[in-house]
Design a protein around this ligand. Structure first.
Ligand code: MLT
Length: 312
């Protein structure tokens, strides 16, 4: 008999709450993006989506946990370019295989990063920071979300391009790192636009430069870093992955729920207001995202080698 996943399947999945593992502390940009999207996708799937924060090692710990989850359509990983594409070039020993252990489900829109310092910082421009760092190697410290996180990697690329030595301090996520930049315990960090933006409206943080390819209206008078350091452009790309072996019907059901969410103009405009860069429709789906993840593994291997960043 021809076995088809017919209406009975479509009506039954999902029958119970779903977990999305976010491998960073709550309050950071990955957590923020995941919660915002999960709230809408769960309305479409008519089941709660529970966010489980599992921090550590730039996302490796949470991703490894997700790679061992049952591929039954009830546990997914929120993955980003750090641990799903750059990490294999940064860690001598990976705790999971981004390609073999997961299947892409859908891609979120991108978030560029913003170089932030505390409002009391003496640096008013990137050049002032570079000048000080050239005269005082290793003195400026950057907060990050662990080796291989966006905040860590972009700071490494910045230091390599500026030919300066910085001190990197790891946290369980960009959220806790940002707290210490605001408190003055740490000099600077690259944070993603969705969490940096609200802080730039307050009086604790100053934005020095954007890693987007062009200035953003949400960050008035903030130059792109590539205007003074050509080629230093980066955005965090991320999305949802399923443990390898998850039935394709469940991946498709989840993606179709997301497609409906992204057709809601009010929702996508809210994303844009947060400094999130929408992609074209064909970039979001499982096949495109899987191909993109694979090609990005190659790209980041070259970028990391060219920057002279050694695996650890
Ligand atoms: C990072 O890569 O820095 C993470 O996205 C930070 C976070 O989400 O906590």
């Amino acid at each position: 008999a021809l076995l088809i996943a017919g209406p009975s399947f479509a009506q039954s999945y999902p029958e119970r709450p779903i977990t999305w593992i976010v491998p960073f502390a709550a309050g950071g940009p990955t957590d923020g993006m995941a919660r915002m999207v999960a709230a809408e996708v769960s309305k479409e799937l008519k089941q709660p989506i529970v966010i489980e924060n599992v921090g550590g090692a730039g996302g490796q710990i949470g991703a490894a946990k997700a790679s061992h989850a049952k591929p039954d359509g009830y546990t997914f990983l929120v993955g980003h370019f750090g641990y799903m594409a750059a990490a294999p070039s940064l860690y001598k020993k990976m705790k999971f295989d981004p390609i073999k252990d997961f299947d892409a489900v859908f891609r979120f829109p991108d978030t560029p990063l913003v170089l932030l310092v505390g409002a009391g910082s003496k640096y008013k421009t990137v050049d002032e920071m570079i000048d000080f760092a050239k005269a005082n190697p290793g003195k400026i410290n950057f907060g990050n979300a662990g080796v291989g996180s966006s905040s860590h990697l972009v700071a490494e690329l910045f230091a390599a391009k500026a030919k300066i030595k910085i001190m990197q301090i790891s946290y369980k996520g960009a959220g806790p790192a940002l707290n210490d930049v605001m408190g003055g315990q740490v000099d600077a960090m690259f944070d993603q636009t969705n969490t940096a933006l609200p802080q730039t409206k307050g009086d604790k943080i100053r934005a020095l430069a954007l890693t987007s390819s062009k200035p953003m209206p949400q960050f008035p008078n903030v130059p792109t870093i590539s205007s003074s350091m050509p080629g230093l452009e980066a955005s965090t790309w991320y999305g949802v992955y399923a443990p390898k072996g998850t039935p394709r019907e469940m991946i498709d059901a989840t993606y179709h729920a997301y497609q409906k969410v992204m057709q809601n103009k009010a929702f996508t405009e809210k994303m844009e207001q947060q400094g999130i860069l929408l992609l074209s429709e064909e970039d979001y789906g499982p096949d495109a995202f899987q191909k993109f993840t694979q090609s990005e593994n190659g790209k980041w291997a070259e970028v990391i080698k060219a920057a002279g960043i050694e695996p650890q």
